[in-house]
Design a protein around this ligand. Structure first.
Ligand code: GLA
Length: 387
C-alpha cells in the first residue's frame, strides 16, 4: 500500500546516497569522508553505548551516540574556515542518562514527538492512555521514549558521503502505544556540508507516529552564551497557537502582525519579550509553525538561520509539515554542557521538524496514523555555509 505520508522523502532521507556498508571501526581515509567508532560508556544495566564520528573532509564532523541516536557534537566551519561545535550537549553518557529527560539535547524523539493532550487518543474506536509526563500531557514519547533507548548502528557510505543507520524496534504496547514499530533513522554527512536525517518506520497494527531530532543549535559555538542575536527566517505564514499547557487550540493562526512572523529575517531576541499571550505561555518561542508546503510531503525550505559574528548559515529543509521552534526557554543554568559551561535560557534554539502537536486528537491536522503495509518516510536536511 502507498504511504499515507506520500513522499519524495527517499532523496532527502539520504537513502539514495547509501550504497554499501562499511565495516564498523573503519578509519577515516586521508582528507575524504570517514567514520570511526569508540566506546562511550555503559548503561546502568551494562548495555554498551558507542559513539560514532563521521567526518566529511570539508571541515565538518558529527558525533552520534547509539544512546538515543543523540547528535552529541556537530562541528561546522565559520567564515574563516575554523570549525566549532554548534550543538548543545553533554560530555558523558552519565550526564545524558541522568539529565537529558528535561532538555532532550540532540536526541531522536519518538514514538510521538511533542505533546498529546492528557496522554489520550483513540484510534479505530479503541482508546489509549499514555503516561503523562509534562503537566497534564504526554511529551516526546513518554517516560522512556526513543531518546532513552540504545539503537543498533550500522555505518554506511557512498561516494562523497558517509552515514550511520540506526535501528530500533519498539514492542507492541511499549509506552502504551499500539503496534510493533520498526524504526530506522539514517544520518548522512555529505561533501556539501549537509547533515541529512532520514526517518523510516513500519508497524504491524494501526498506530500513531511523529519522529524528530531535538538538536539545539548555537551557530556561534556551544557554550558561548545566548543565541538571541541569531537571525531567523521561517517559511511559514501560519502557526498553531496553544492553550496554557502548550496544546494547540486547533485553528491555524496567521503570523502576520505578531512577534511570530519570521517570514522575513528577525533576530530571535528582537520580540521575545513582547507582551503577547502566546509568548507568555511558552516563556518565549515554543510553537509549531505550519510550513508553506506546495504539496504534502514535498521537500520544503523550513528555516534559514545566520549568525553575525562567525558568518555561519544553517538552512533547514524537510518533507515534514511543521517545525517546532523552541528558544530553549527552560534552560536555567543548572546543566553544564559539553565544554564545561552552564546553559542558561536562550543559549541555543531547536528547530524540530515534525507533524503538528496533538495530531491524534486534531482530525483537521495532517494525519499521524500509520497502518500495517504503509511506511512512514520523512527527511530533513541541515545545510551549512557561511556569508
Ligand atoms: C520541546 C517542547 C518544549 C520542551 C522541550 C524540551 O521543544 O515543546 O516545551 O519540553 O521540547 O525541553
Amino acid at each position: 500500500m502507498k504511504s499515507v505520508f506520500a513522499l519524495a522523502g527517499a532523496m532527502l532521507a539520504g537513502s539514495a546516497l547509501v550504497v554499501s556498508a562499511l565495516p564498523a571501526g573503519a578509519s577515516p581515509t586521508g582528507g575524504g569522508p570517514g567514520i570511526s567508532k569508540e566506546a562511550f560508556g555503559n548503561m546502568p544495566d551494562g548495555t554498551k553505548v558507542d559513539r560514532y564520528t563521521l567526518s566529511n573532509g570539508q571541515g565538518m564532523r558529527v558525533r552520534i551516540l547509539t544512546y538515543g541516536g543523540i547528535v552529541q557534537m556537530l562541528e561546522v566551519p565559520d567564515r574563516r574556515g575554523r570549525s566549532d561545535n554548534v550543538v548543545l550537549g553533554f560530555a558523558t553518557l552519565k550526564d545524558y542518562v541522568d539529565n537529558n529527560s528535561g532538555p532532550y539535547f540532540g536526541a531522536l524523539v519518538g514514538r510521538f514527538a511533542n505533546r498529546i493532550a492528557k496522554g489520550r487518543f483513540s484510534l479505530d474506536g479503541k482508546s489509549y492512555q499514555l503516561a503523562v509526563n509534562n503537566g497534564p500531557n504526554s511529551l516526546h514519547g513518554g517516560l522512556k521514549g526513543f531518546d532513552k533507548r540504545v539503537w543498533r548502528a550500522e555505518p554506511v557510505r557512498a561516494k562523497g558521503a558517509v552515514g550511520l543507520r540506526l535501528s530500533y524496534t519498539s514492542a507492541d504496547g511499549e509506552e502504551s502505544y499500539p503496534g510493533t514499530l520498526k524504526t530506522t533513522v539514517t544520518y548522512t554527512l555529505t561533501g556539501r556540508n549537509e547533515l541529512r536525517i532520514g526517518y523510516h518506520a513500519t508497524t504491524d497494527k494501526a498506530t500513531v507516529v511523529n519522529l524528530t531530532n531535538h538538536s539545539y543549535f548555537n551557530l556561534a559555538g556551544e557554550g558561548t552564551g545566548g543565541a538571541y542575536d541569531h537571525r531567523l527566517e521561517l517559511n511559514a505564514d501560519r502557526y498553531t497557537p496553544v492553550d496554557e499547557t502548550s496544546i494547540p487550540l486547533g485553528p491555524l493562526a496567521p503570523v502576520k502582525g505578531t512577534p511570530f512572523d519570521f517570514t522575513r529575517p528577525h533576530t530571535i531576541g528582537e520580540r521575545i519579550r513582547a507582551d503577547d499571550p502566546q509568548l507568555i505561555i511558552g516563556h518565549g518561542y515554543d510553537h509549531n509553525y505550519v510550513l508553506n508546503q506546495r504539496r504534502p510531503g514535498e521537500p520544503t525550505r523550513a528555516a534559514r538561520v545566520t549568525e553575525p559574528a562567525t558568518g555561519r548559515v544553517m538552512e533547514v529543509s524537510t518533507t515534514q509539515p511543521g517545525v517546532q521552534f523552541y528558544s530553549a526557554n527552560f534552560l536555567d543554568g543548572s546543566l553544564v554542557g559539553t565544554s564545561g559551561h552552564a546553559y542558561r535560557q536562550g543559549d541555543g534554539f531547536a528547530l524540530e521538524t515534525q507533524h503538528f502537536p496533538d495530531s491524534p486528537n486534531k482530525p483537521a491536522f495532517p494525519s499521524t496514523v500509520l497502518r500495517p503495509g504503509q511506511t512512514f518516510d520523512a527527511g530533513t536536511v541541515y545545510a551549512f555555509s557561511t556569508r
